[in-house]
Design a protein around this ligand. Structure first.
Ligand code: GUN
Length: 281
């Protein structure tokens, strides 16, 4: 079984991006900039944002974090986004989710200029991705896609089962696999016989938020299994895949942690650089 090393893949991607930033700097005399807006003091969000900032600095991006308290007015955030939209030194804008209840997530996402939407959450980018046009691609599915391609460069005709239908992961993951000519089945918590669906798959992407849902006898020999889950349990953090069982069957499997997570942040840096490059044409 191949244990897919997301940490190593992410470090390799960051090294490539660092070189690209240096080239862009010498060509344009400026570097891509990423601005993250963090609202409130949720610990996981703070940790993510700190990691994002650290990685951005490591590859040579200009990085800024704007922090607001939980009680910030929606209007203040929307005005700040407008200001960042017209700031030429800002290539990418990310508003860390989740947001406090009094702030309308959809309004915030739609306020971001689609050409600076490094999350790929703006309806314009969602539509472009599903139409097969150029777009920002959500970082987690993009990271999963790059890991799958490392194991299997030719995905044409493969059967892929995506478990989970969220806007963040499941739906964009489906689009990426379709673009590669996979036959894709989207499943979710209400799917009748999830085990039978998974048993058909050459590739399984589990992004449903249910601890250790995908069991050993759900997985065909030689399947590639990508685990997007990060679930807090009494036994610590576990994924959506039962690691010990599935590792006995699968051809390749991502661990949690150390699989998809590190790739998500590296892909955010990639998206920032791609937004910068498109803005320089
Ligand atoms: N919170 C957890 N994951 C994400 C993500 O990919 N993007 C944003 N903006 N917030 C998140």
């Amino acid at each position: 079984m191949i244990l897919i090393d997301g940490k190593k893949a992410a470090a390799e991607l960051r090294a490539e991006l660092k070189e690209e930033v240096a080239e862009l700097k010498s060509k344009h005399n400026k570097v891509p900039g990423l601005t993250v807006i963090l609202i409130g003091d949720l610990t996981p969000s703070q940790i993510y944002v700190r990691n994002k900032e650290k990685s951005a600095n490591e590859v040579g991006l200009k990085s800024e974090v704007i922090k607001y308290s939980d009680s910030v007015e929606e209007k203040t955030v929307l005005e700040k986004i407008q200001e960042l939209n017209s700031d030429e030194t800002v290539s990418g804008i990310l508003v860390q989710l989740p947001l406090p209840k009094h702030i309308d997530k959809q309004k915030v996402i739609e306020a971001i200029d689609p050409s600076k939407d490094v999350d790929g959450f703006h309806p314009m980018n969602v539509g472009n991705l599903s139409s097969g046009y150029e777009s920002s691609i959500p970082c987690t599915p993009l990271g999963c896609y790059l890991l799958i391609k490392k194991i299997e460069p030719n995905l044409s005709g493969k059967k892929a089962v995506v478990v989970g239908r969220s806007n963040l992961n499941g739906k964009p993951m489906t689009q990426l696999l379709l673009k590669e000519n996979c036959t894709v089945t989207i499943t979710h918590s209400k799917t009748k016989d999830l085990k039978a669906e998974c048993l058909e798959a050459d590739i399984i992407v589990a992004a449903v938020g249910i601890p250790e849902l995908v069991r050993g006898d759900w997985v065909k020999k030689d399947a590639i299994v990508i685990d997007v889950g990060i679930n807090k349990t009494d036994n610590g953090i576990v994924g959506d895949v039962h690691f010990d069982e599935v590792s006995k069957n699968a051809k390749a499997l991502t661990p949690v942690p150390g699989g998809v997570g590190p790739m998500t942040i590296a892909c955010l840096l990639k998206n920032t650089i791609d937004c910068f490059k498109r803005s320089q044409i």
